[in-house]
Design a protein around this ligand. Sequence first.
Ligand code: ZN
Length: 298
Amino acid sequence: MRSPPTGPGSPSPADPPEPVVGAHTDDGAVPEGDTVYRLARRLDRRLAGHTVVRSDLRHPRLATRDLAGCSVLGHVTHGKHLLTRLSGDLTLHSHLRMDGEWSVTRPGRRLPPMLMPHVRLVLTLDTKETVWGVRLHDLALVRTSAEHEVVGHLGPDPLRDDYDPGEAVRRLYAGGDLPLVAALLDQRRLCGLGNLWVNELAFLVGTSPWTPVRDVDVERLVHRAATMLRRSAHGPGRMQVTTGSTRPGEEHWVSGRAGRPCRRCGTVVRVVAEIPGDAARRRTWWCPVCQPGPPPPP
Ligand SMILES: [Zn+2]
């Protein structure tokens, strides 16, 4: 369903049907480690092996940098951080947070006008395709050999080759009294889990989201987290389905199911705001029967 191409040199005002390869386009999944990993693979298919012929980095710190002549070697992720590796020992770092997107448009095409004010990065490739980075956060250009400067603070990531589950267990147990969900969301302990996974994991291990992490079987938890993230990142099916059912409203055990009966025991699923006034509107969902343990803080 693509609109007909316009003639050379006459960019179409908008190209909405062109696939936006943002983290939101796969069944509305929110950016977590697995979604960003899949985004990296999609970007590899469009960009890797190609040369940048023109670049426009719309960030005060990078406005004078020019990536023309660089080849795109490929993409690597660490949790929700995306690393675009370029020739010449260069890596472009970006983070999608909750709203970032990447798009690739055919020659002469543009993004819909409403997105243009949010464009932070434009790369024209030797294929004449254009790569757009929309609402990219923490944009930085570093030496590939110095990527640790932007991701070195992160914990082990089950989707990376250098994943060390023992280290993840150690860092989680070191959380001590921290509530389970807070420890799991801390990317310095285990990297790649967002709010959805964290809520589902607490249900699957059968404990309250506010159980101190030191009281949880962290080895089992980490194994389960890694298995779920990998299945979601590599599997042929839909991402971020934890119940095995892809029917609307049945994809998750507790996440997004406040006020509805628990799918295991029938008790009404509850929800609280994790942090009052949280800009990300993060919520914690739980079944008080299937997940015994401390109640939410008052
Ligand atoms: Zn239940």
